[in-house]
Design a protein around this ligand. Sequence first.
Ligand code: BDR
Ligand code: CA
Length: 299
Amino acid sequence: MSTSPAPIIIDTDPGVDDFIAILMALRSPDLDLLGLTTVGGNTSLGNATLNALRTLRAGGRPDITVASGAAEGRTRPFIFADHFHGETGLAMELPLPDMEALETSAVTWLAQTLTNRSDSITLLPVGPVTNIARLIEEHPEAANRIGRMIVMGGAVDCPGNATDCAEFNTWNDPEAAEIVFGFGIETTLIGLDVCNQVAFTRENIREGAGPGRLMMDAWFAEHPDSKEFHLCDPLAVAVAIDPTLVQTESISVAVDTSDGPERGNTSRCTGRGADGPPIDVALEVDVERAVRIISALAL
Ligand code: BDR
Ligand code: CA
């Protein structure tokens, strides 16, 4: 019996791994990508929005909606990752898009789409969750209509990548992450606990011939000393396609919003807050199967 593709929206800050993730969503017969909302993070909001449009063009779907969102975090400007993703946010130059982003903001478009559609939408935030926190504050009824969120963020039982303890997306807006994880939407958290295990290497991209392969070649050329590229955002899309790829534990997650060295750290809530809504934190992943799914759709 065939089922219809699941409607999804990706909230993104492209970003090389965001590019791969979006290509997967475009190519998967199991997913129906309704639109992209953008946020600053890996790069400025302006670059992220252009890159979202460029990615849709590269994937042959320039008709898909892009709505632009937050240029800064709730309490601080974003700190970009040009050293990793490149000055424009992508490792390779892509043609300028011939489409434009909506005039409507990301938060308004999300609220309208969630309200107007009768089916259950899965939301995949793969950048700082600033737009989603605003949606919750400004349109809580619409946010309550989200079927499930698959969030790329956090590092619960492992070290961080932005600092010793914090993962980049939660570190860039921990105040937003605290609101989003505490709101009670059914959530799967795809953090570094699993993302660090799933990687492209120069060897396992050899079979590809499409835009994903070209992007990875460009990234490895820019990073001659790197042996692997962690597939963080693509793993979130792979889990939207096949939730059995990861094993999860239901945990209340605390986000550190202090000004200290722990800022952005995500940890198991003990003490105060331990009665907050639990989310499904991915702690184990079927690495081989995940790499196979990502390669087949993105390279
Ligand atoms: C996350 O941060 C960004 O650099 C990637 O795009 C991914 O969303 C990994 O920590
Ligand atoms: Ca990202």
